[in-house]
Design a protein around this ligand. Structure first.
Ligand code: G3H
Ligand code: 13P
Ligand code: NA
Ligand code: ZN
Length: 325
């Protein structure tokens, strides 16, 4: 069956790699994630947002994820390690409903609340979740941009002085932190970036690794999570724009920074936007090159293949979670 994140994170921290947490909203994404994980022998976190539950129906997504374990076995993986995780849980009730219906892990995101309210809410979720062996991710610090329907103009980096108190009082199993990543495909303004003379491409300012280091010093060996970790591959953006799209100045987190993070106590790296870009690029290409095509399998199939390629790349070349099963 599905597993929680406990052992997975402990092994990842020891081994200096990070577990991929990929969002899914439909069958093609789920299939691509599982195929990529099986073929690279990687553990994987399937995560479902509130928006995904609204879009695809919570029950269908849950059974799809439970079916994913059987699917992985069919694909030849004897002992798959798959987590079904609620991404950005907003209330105790949402978390409870996921726990009651078989999720093996949940996030309660109280990062936008006053500190004491975040502690109280996270603690309440942890007390409920742990009765069922479900692991809980909390968050301290606010990412710039839109998160959980709350939008912030600027990053509020995680305050390292709060993390011991938060982890101890809430009992959470992992902690998402804010060190300069953000959600979506527009993580930096072009004016914050400099041009790489070799490639002519925009290079964003570095993440605040000093904050990560300070958090790790306070909580040695504690599992840390990075949200907003899409790299926004330029070739996918170029394909989208070439075939009628209009994505301007989309900028993500350089892979080199994620590789560095994955070697540390960062043991879960969240990626959603890159999968959306891979899917959209492939669909636009088919529509542009074969305008007579109207069988969904003929455009969702290539979309699935392109996502699978992207997921494998993340696993093998960025997070280093391959060959860990
Ligand atoms: O945290 C954001 C994830 O990318 C999920 O996005 O809420 O649009 O499904 P969503
Ligand atoms: P991206 O938008 O960078 O893919 O981040 C996804 C995420 O953090 C999901 O929780
Ligand atoms: Na790590
Ligand atoms: Zn997130």
């Amino acid at each position: 069956g599905l597993v929680n994140t406990k052992e997975m994170f402990a092994k990842a921290i020891k081994g200096g790699y990070a577990i991929p947490a990929f969002n899914f909203n439909n069958m093609e994404q789920m299939q691509a994630i599982i195929k990529a994980a099986v073929e690279t022998k990687s553990p994987v976190i399937l995560q479902v947002s509130k928006g995904a539950r609204q879009y695809a129906n919570a029950t269908l997504l849950r059974y799809m994820a439970q079916g994913a374990v059987e699917y992985a076995k069919e694909l030849g993986c004897a002992h798959p390690e798959i987590v079904l995780h609620l991404d950005h849980g907003d209330t105790f009730e949402t978390c409870k409903s996921c726990i009651d219906s078989g999720f093996s892990s949940v996030m309660i995101d109280g990062s936008h609340l006053p500190y004491e309210e975040n502690v109280a809410l996270t603690k309440k979720v942890v007390e409920y979740a742990h009765q069922f062996d479900v692991t809980v991710e909390g968050e301290l610090g606010v990412l710039a941009g839109v998160e959980d329907e709350v939008s912030a103009e600027h990053h509020t980096y995680t305050n390292p002085e709060e993390v011991i108190d938060f982890a101890t009082r809430t009992g959470c199993d992992s902690l998402a932190i804010s060190i300069g990543t953000s959600h979506g495909a527009y993580k930096f303004k072009p004016e914050q970036c400099h041009v790489d003379p070799a490639t002519g491409r925009l290079v964003p300012p570095p993440l605040e690794f000093a904050v990560l280091d300070a958090v790790m010093e306070k909580l040695p060996g504690f599992p840390i999570v990075l949200h907003g970790s899409s790299s926004v591959p330029q070739e996918e953006v170029d394909t989208i724009n070439k075939f009628g799209g209009k994505l301007e100045a989309a900028i993500g987190i350089p892979e080199e920074e994620l590789r560095k993070a994955a070697k540390s106590a960062v043991c879960k790296i969240n990626i959603d936007s890159d999968s959306r870009l891979a899917m959209t690029a492939a669909v636009r290409k088919v529509f542009a090159e074969k305008p007579a095509e109207f069988d969904p399998r003929k455009y969702l199939g290539p979309a699935r293949d392109n996502m699978e390629k992207l997921y494998k790349h993340k696993i093998v070349n960025v997070l280093g979670s391959d060959n860990k099963l």
